[in-house]
Design a protein around this ligand. Structure first.
Ligand SMILES: O=C(O)c1ccccc1N[C@@H]1O[C@H](COP(=O)(O)O)[C@@H](O)[C@H]1O
Length: 217
């Protein structure tokens, strides 16, 4: 069933909004960004989150200790890695979390696709990623940029999409419907388009939830 992630929550009001709707994942950004939250803010916000909503920590080349500490305290349940983290880093992160908590932290590995076609052989890359230790992948144009990338590069409706891909990058109420129909991803992930003046906007989130709801069965 299609999942929905709303990223970049940073206020109690944002948590109150997501708690009202059928939302599966939320993101706390720990990287340099106007949406950045501190450890203490995330701790406070995560404690207010409805139990069935999964908090994801979004990181760019972060020290493993911070990620493992957040996971150990239950502030995040998944790590989304948006920097240059390679297979060794991810294996190490999983090993450290296993050692300290008894569970391997699930990882969403971000693949940035820009319109200069940085992945010419996208299908070959998909095969490579399939063998990775990451649990999921997020396809994004940047880091919460609000911009779409060239969807024609993607391998439409593959099993891999259905099971492992968070589709992100400039999704909004205008293009979400066609993105879901075209790619049938595991999840859709939005941030910029559900904000007004840099803050999460309940009406915009509600509109997105209603679109996603049509594809849940
Ligand atoms: O949102 C950010 O500020 C951010 C910072 C660093 C890494 C990732 C970030 N955001 C991620 O980008 C997607 C897509 O955002 P958008 O819809 O294009 O604005 C978002 O869901 C976050 O996972």
């Amino acid at each position: 069933m299609l999942k929905l992630k709303i990223c970049g929550l940073r206020r109690k009001e944002d948590i109150d909004i997501v708690n009202k709707y059928n939302i599966d994942y939320i993101g706390f950004v720990f990287a340099g960004s106007p949406r950045k939250v501190s450890y203490e803010q995330a701790k406070e916000l995560s404690a207010l989150l409805r139990e069935d909503i999964i908090p994801v920590g979004v990181f760019v080349n972060e020290h493993m200790k911070l990620i493992v500490d957040l996971y150990k305290e239950g502030i995040i349940k998944i790590a989304q890695l948006h920097g240059d983290e390679d297979e060794d880093y991810i294996k190490n992160l999983k090993a450290k979390s296993l050692e300290q908590t008894g569970h391997e932290i699930p990882v969403i590995n971000a693949i940035e696709i820009n319109n200069a076609n940085n992945y010419d052989n996208f299908n070959d890359k998909l095969l490579e990623w399939r063998d990775s230790v990451s649990d999921y992948f997020i396809l994004d144009s940047g880091k919460g940029s609000g911009k779409t990338f060239d969807w024609s590069l993607l391998d439409k409706n593959s099993e891999f999409f259905k099971n492992s891909i968070f589709l992100a990058g400039g999704l909004n109420s205008e293009n979400l419907d066609s993105a879901i129909k075209e790619f049938n991803p595991y999840a859709v992930d939005l941030s910029s388009s559900v904000e007004t003046d840099g803050f999460k906007d309940e009406e915009k989130i509600k509109e997105i939830v209603e679109i996603v709801e049509r594809y849940r069965n």
